[in-house]
Design a protein around this ligand. Structure first.
Ligand code: ADP
Ligand code: MG
Length: 322
């Protein structure tokens, strides 16, 4: 199929907030008066970010969802995306499912696909998906990483570690019992970006990011940017029952602390915002859990059930040692 037909068939849909969408040399959009544009990009490479035989619908969802998650983390409202894709061969059936998954996510968050690029790659498993996302934030209201203050509580949304556990299962490193498999696979394959939460956290959170590489590593980004430290309680981390029950095993702890692909938000907020955050959790029907607090000692400490600090390097977290 010629490229333009493929684009027309799979990627051209009516838009919501766009003056000129797919079909010209560039798209045209405008940002509302008093707002600024938030821009972010994420690339997914076959063999690195997904298995070559990954379900194309779920991959379509996830490719956009991980980008949407970056908008959520800034407190931005996502509006526009571009999609650059390198396809190994005639991928007609694959593209059909991929675009359905992509637009399921786009429709959920009311995002317009406004352009992109489609190229062929001669490499059989060289599928590469590169997405840029753009959103709006009222000027000066973005929730950045550098605002955490000593004494702030540290919060996370949803549950952590499930996607990492599912990945270990798919790699054959451990086995998830059948009754609990779907819950974990869904976390890996269909992450739910926390856009409504991100928007609601404007004016409440002092810093925020989305957890893509594990809470330990990602929280360090906030600590470094804000020039503060943190104490986190291992047992306070919200996770699945399966993970919580096996938390004494270091491989399981590793999934929870340093596994990837959670796409939950980690944010800090002053103690006096606790009530507001708990009410928000009710309204959004989304668990929001206090996992620790910000300190003036510039390091991250994780305390176990006996209040003992975990020796992070013994768990394979060497790169976090100061
Ligand atoms: P050009 O030759 O100017 O690069 P293309 O033929 O690559 O234009 O693309 C034609 C139109 O289709 C452009 O508006 C471009 O943004 C859009 N487009 C190309 N590939 C994709 C894609 N994968 N998803 C969305 N839009 C795309
Ligand atoms: Mg092009």
């Amino acid at each position: 199929m010629p490229e333009f037909e493929l684009i027309a068939q799979h990627f051209t849909r009516p838009t919501r907030h766009t003056h000129l969408g797919i079909g010209d040399d560039a798209a045209l959009v405008s940002v509302a008066e008093g707002f600024e544009l938030a821009v972010s990009a994420d690339m997914l490479v076959s063999g690195t970010h997904f298995f070559a035989d990954a379900d194309p619908y779920q991959l379509g969802w996830k490719s956009l969802a991980v980008n949407v998650s970056d908008m959520a983390a800034m407190g931005a409202l996502p509006k526009w995306a571009t999609l650059a894709i390198a396809l190994p061969q005639e991928y007609a059936v694959w593209l059909n499912e991929f675009s359905k998954g992509f637009f399921a996510c786009a429709d959920t968050f009311e995002i317009d696909l406004i352009g992109g690029d489609t190229t062929r790659t001669p490499i059989k498993e060289g599928l590469t998906i590169s997405i840029q996302i753009m959103g709006e934030i009222p000027k000066g209201k973005a929730i950045k990483r550098n605002g955490a203050k000593i004494g702030d509580d540290i919060w996370v949304s949803g549950t952590l570690g499930k996607a990492a556990l599912a990945l270990r299962h798919l790699l054959g490193e451990l086995i998830i019992p059948p009754a609990m498999l779907d819950e974990h696979l869904l976390a890996l394959n269909m992450p739910q970006p926390r856009v409504t939460l991100g928007l609601a956290l404007r004016g409440i959170a002092t810093s925020c990011l989305d957890i893509s590489d594990g809470i330990l590593g990602d929280l360090q980004h906030i600590l470094k940017a804000s020039q503060v430290g943190a104490v986190v309680k291992l047992n306070a981390l919200p996770t699945s029952k399966l993970i919580a029950d096996q938390l004494s095993q270091s491989a399981i702890q590793n999934c929870l602390l340093a596994g990837g692909d959670d796409y939950e938000l980690c944010f800090t907020a002053p103690k006096n915002k606790s009530g507001e955050i708990e009410a928000l959790s009710q309204t959004l029907n989304l668990p929001l859990t206090k996992i620790g607090h910000i300190t003036d000692e510039p390091k991250l400490q994780v305390l176990d059930a006996d209040q003992q600090a975990l020796v992070l390097n013994q768990l394979g977290y060497n790169h976090f040692q100061s």
